[in-house]
Design a protein around this ligand. Structure first.
Ligand code: IVH
Length: 696
C-alpha cells in the first residue's frame, strides 16, 4: 500500500515523466513504478489518478524504451501482461493443496448449527468470525515464488486444474510481483475468484447482440469461460477482475518466524491488500459471535446488488488461524468456513410454449413462455432463447420442467431442462418456416445462428426499428416507449423512423388516454432529441453490427454523417474496432437509396447529421489555453477540421514547434517537427486517436 507521501511522489513523478520524451533508459524503472501505482489506484482502489491518455502515453514510453533496450525487460514489467500469439492448450497441473469447496447454510438456524459444531471442534465457546462476500465467479489458484507470479491455475476437479498463467497475467488487478520476500516468505499459494464487473459484462453482451451473437448467460460463466480462452486479445477484451480471499500455503525462509499478520484471516487479507492484492477488506466484518454474523448477513443481503460484481452469498470464516488448523477439514470442505447463500435466484418452472419475435433486423428470436415464477423478487414469465441452436443444445421440449436463473441485473435465462422429470407428453419445439408476422420466407445465412425474415418492410421489423431509434441508448426519447410506438404504427400515425418527427399531435390528442400534458411532454422529448450527438443518431439507425462503441468511432471519423456515402470497405476498416463485417454492413447501408432518403427526411425534420465535435462553439472550453500543432499524414480527420475542433474548444493552433507548444498530434511519417518536439522534451506527443479521446 502507498503512504500519502508515496502517492504524492508517484503523482509528481508521473507528471514529470509525461513531460519527457521517453528516450532515457533511466526512465524505465520510474515508468514501471508509476504504471503499477496507477494500476493499483484504478483496478483495486477504484480511484484513478491519471487520465486515460496520460496512462497510455506512459505505457507507450515504457514499451518504446523496452523495445530499444530489450535486455532491461523484466518479467514483472507491466508490459509483460500483453501476451502475444495464441496460447497452446493449457496443461494440467497439481494444486499444492487441494482446492476444497464450502459447506452451505441458508438461514439463521443453519448458522446456529454450524456455530455449535465449530465450538465442539475448536474446544471453546469463544470464537471470532470474519464475514466476507462470496464472489460468484471462477476460482483461481496463484503461486508466487520469490515475490513473482509464477503460476495461475483453474480449480479443475480440486486436485488438478489447468495452468492458465498467461491469462492470469492479463488480469490487471493481480500484481505480477509483490514484496513477500521481505516477510521471509519464499513461496505462497493464494486463492481467489476471477470475476467480471456487471457493467463490463452488460456492455460485452450488447456488443455480442449487435454482432448477431447469443449473449453469454451470466458473469460467472463468462469469467470461467474467459480464463480458458486461448487467444489473449480476446481475453483482454473481456476485462477480467480478481479478488483474493485465502492463503492456502506458504514457505518461510529457514528459521524465520511466522509474520505477525499471518495469525488471523482478517490481518492476512489486510496484509495481502497492502502488498498490492485486491482483497475484500472494504466489505469484510469481524464478528464476536454468531448473532453478529447473522445480523451482518441479513443486512448485507439487502445491498447485495450494490457491489460491482455478482455475489451469491457470504462466507463466514473462523478468524484465528491456529483455531482453523485445530478444526481441520473434511474431504469436501474446511470445518472452519461456511457459505451463507442468499435467497435463490434460481427456480424451476414449466415451459408452456415458445413464441417467435421478429427483431429490427428481421432476426427471429424464440421466446419461452413459462409458468409465472417468482425469482429473486421478480415474477418471470417469458425468457429469450436467443436462437435455434440454443434450443437444440439445451434439448428443450414444450412441457419440460426447466431450471431458470435470474442473476442480479442480468436478464433471466434457462439453465437447463430436467429431462428426468419428463412424463412422455412433452412436445418437440418446431421452428417456423415463414415469418410469424408477415408470412414472408425466412433465411438462415451460412455461419449464422439466427433465422431472418427477408422482408425489410415487415411490420414487426419497422416497429422494432422505430423502438430502437427512440430507445435510451439511442435517441433517448422518453415517453415514446414501445407501447406508444406500436399504437401509433397500428393507427398509421407513424410509419417509419423519420415519421417520429412528423406525428400529427392533434390526432394523438383525440386518442383515448392522451391528455394535453402527456402529449406536450412527448412532443418536448421528441423535439429535444434533435440535439442528440451524431453517435446516438448513428446507433439509432440500427445499421447491422454497429453497436454503441462502433457508432462513436464512426461519428468521430466524419464531419457529416453523409460523408460515409463516399467511404469504401478499406477506408472504414482503417478505423479502430471496425472489422470487415462492420465495414461491409456500413457500405451496404449507405448504398441503399431508401436509407439515403431516410437521412434526407431526418435532416428536413430538423435533425442535425453534423458531428458537433467539429466547429460547435458551444462545446468549447476543455482545451482552454492549450496549444496544438499537427504533423505527418493524418488519416482520421483533415488538418483543417482538426484545427477547427481545437479552436472550438478554446485551444490554439501554433505554426511551429517551440517551448510554447503543449501538444503535437502526429500522423504517419512525421518528420522534423516530431524530432524537434522530442528534443525539446516539454511537448506531449499524441496520436490521432489520443487527440480524439481528449476532445470527448
Ligand atoms: S474460501 C478453503 N472465500 O466459493 C477455502 N471461497 O462454493 C475455501 N468463493 O470454491 C474457499 N468467494 O471458489 C472462499 N470469499 C470467499 C469466496 C469463496 C467465492 C468460492 C470459491 C469456492 C466456492 C465454494
Amino acid at each position: 500500500m502507498y503512504t500519502k507521501q508515496d502517492e504524492q511522489r508517484l503523482y509528481e513523478l508521473a507528471k514529470n515523466l509525461l513531460k519527457k520524451d521517453g528516450e532515457d533508459k533511466g526512465s524505465i524503472e520510474p515508468l514501471r513504478e508509476v504504471i503499477n501505482f496507477a494500476d493499483r489506484k484504478y483496478y483495486i482502489e477504484d480511484e484513478p489518478v491519471l487520465a486515460d491518455v496520460e496512462y497510455d502515453t506512459l505505457f507507450k514510453q515504457l514499451k518504446n524504451l523496452e523495445a530499444k533496450y530489450p535486455e532491461l525487460i523484466t518479467e514483472d514489467s507491466p508490459t509483460q501482461r500483453v501476451a502475444q500469439g495464441l496460447s497452446e492448450k493449457f496443461p494440467t497441473v497439481n494444486h499444492l493443496v487441494p482446492m476444497l469447496s464450502l459447506d452451505n447454510t441458508y438461514n439463521a438456524d443453519d448458522l446456529y448449527d454450524w456455530d455449535k459444531r465449530c465450538k465442539e471442534f475448536a474446544g471453546t465457546d469463544n470464537i471470532e468470525y470474519c464475514v466476507e462476500p462470496k464472489y460468484d465467479g471462477a476460482s483461481i489458484s496463484l503461486i508466487y515464488e520469490n515475490g513473482q507470479l509464477v503460476r495461475g491455475a483453474t480449480r479443475g476437479d480440486g486436485v488438478q486444474g489447468e495452468d492458465i498463467t498467461v491469462n492470469a497475467k492479463l488480469i490487471r488487478s493481480l500484481p505480477l510481483s509483490a514484496k513477500f520476500v521481505e516477510s521471509g516468505i519464499t513461496q505462497v499459494e493464494i486463492r481467489g475468484e476471477v470475476v467480471i464487473h456487471k457493467d463490463v459484462f452488460a456492455k460485452f453482451n450488447e456488443q455480442r447482440a449487435a454482432e448477431g451473437l447469443a449473449p453469454l448467460a451470466n458473469p460467472r460463466n463468462a469469467a470461467s469461460g474467459t480464463l480458458r480462452i486461448l487467444d489473449p486479445q480476446e481475453v483482454v477484451k473481456r476485462k477480467l477482475s480478481a479478488i483474493v480471499y485465502h492463503i492456502s500455503d506458504y514457505t518461510l525462509v529457514e528459521g524465520q518466524e511466522v509474520p505477525s499478520s499471518l495469525h488471523t484471516h482478517y490481518d492476512a487479507l489486510q496484509w495481502l491488500y497492502n502488498a498490492g492484492f485486491p482483497t475484500p477488506v472494504k466489505e469484510m466484518k469481524v464478528c464476536k459471535n454468531i448473532d453478529e454474523v447473522i445480523a451482518f448477513c441479513a443486512e448485507f443481503e439487502q445491498r447485495r446488488d450494490d457491489l460491482p460484481f455478482e455475489v451469491d452469498g457470504l462466507v463466514v470464516k473462523v478468524n484465528d488461524f491456529e483455531m482453523q488448523d485445530k478444526m481441520g477439514m473434511t474431504s469436501h470442505h474446511p470445518r472452519w468456513a461456511v457459505a451463507y447463500k442468499f435467497k435463490a435466484r434460481q427456480a424451476t418452472s414449466k415451459l408452456l410454449d415458445v413464441d417467435y419475435q421478429v427483431g429490427r433486423t428481421g432476426a427471429i428470436t424464440p421466446v419461452a413462455k413459462i409458468e409465472p415464477t417468482p425469482i429473486g423478487g421478480v415474477t418471470v414469465s417469458s425468457i429469450s432463447l436467443f436462437n435455434e441452436d440454443v434450443v437444440r443444445e439445451k434439448d428443450l421440449r414444450i412441457g419440460d420442467t426447466v431450471l431458470v436463473e435470474r442473476a442480479g441485473d442480468v436478464i433471466p435465462y434457462i439453465v437447463k431442462s430436467l429431462p428426468e422429470l419428463r412424463t412422455g407428453s412433452e412436445e418437440e419445439i418446431i421452428f417456423p418456416t415463414t415469418c410469424p408476422v408477415c408470412n414472408d420466407k425466412l433465411e438462415r445465412p451460412e455461419g449464422e445462428a439466427v433465422w431472418r425474415c427477408v422482408n425489410i418492410n415487415c411490420a414487426a421489423q419497422v416497429v422494432e426499428r422505430i423502438i430502437h431509434f427512440a430507445s435510451k441508448s439511442a435517441m433517448d426519447i422518453r415517453n415514446l416507449g414501445d407501447s406508444n410506438i406500436r399504437k401509433f404504427y397500428e393507427l398509421e400515425m407513424l410509419k417509419d423512423i423519420p415519421g417520429v418527427y412528423k406525428i400529427d399531435w392533434s390526432a394523438v390528442l383525440a386518442l383515448e388516454g392522451f391528455k394535453e400534458k402527456s402529449v406536450n411532454n412527448l412532443q418536448d422529448a421528441i423535439e429535444k432529441s434533435k440535439e442528440q450527438p451524431l453517435n446516438r443518431v448513428i446507433f439509432g439507425l440500427g445499421i447491422r453490427y454497429v453497436g454503441e462503441t462502433t457508432a462513436k468511432t464512426l461519428a468521430s471519423a466524419v464531419q457529416n454523417l453523409k460523408d460515409l456515402k463516399d467511404w469504401d470497405e478499406e477506408k472504414l476498416s482503417s478505423l479502430e474496432d471496425v472489422g470487415p463485417k462492420v465495414a461491409s454492413s456500413v457500405v451496404q447501408f449507405f448504398r441503399n437509396e431508401d436509407n439515403l432518403h431516410m437521412l434526407d427526411e431526418l435532416e428536413q425534420a430538423g435533425l442535425s447529421l453534423e458531428n458537433k465535435l467539429y466547429g460547435n462553439k458551444k462545446a468549447g472550453g476543455v482545451l482552454e489555453g492549450k496549444t496544438f500543432l499537427f504533423t505527418g499524414t493524418l488519416t482520421k480527420f483533415k488538418r483543417s477540421e482538426a484545427e477547427e475542433m481545437v479552436e472550438a474548444r478554446g485551444g490554439k493552433k501554433l505554426g511551429g514547434v517551440s517551448s510554447k507548444l503543449d501538444y503535437l498530434v502526429v500522423g504517419a511519417d512525421a518528420g522534423s517537427k516530431l524530432e524537434k518536439a522530442k528534443k525539446l522534451g516539454t511537448v506531449t506527443i499524441l496520436t490521432e486517436d489520443e487527440f480524439l479521446e481528449m476532445l470527448q
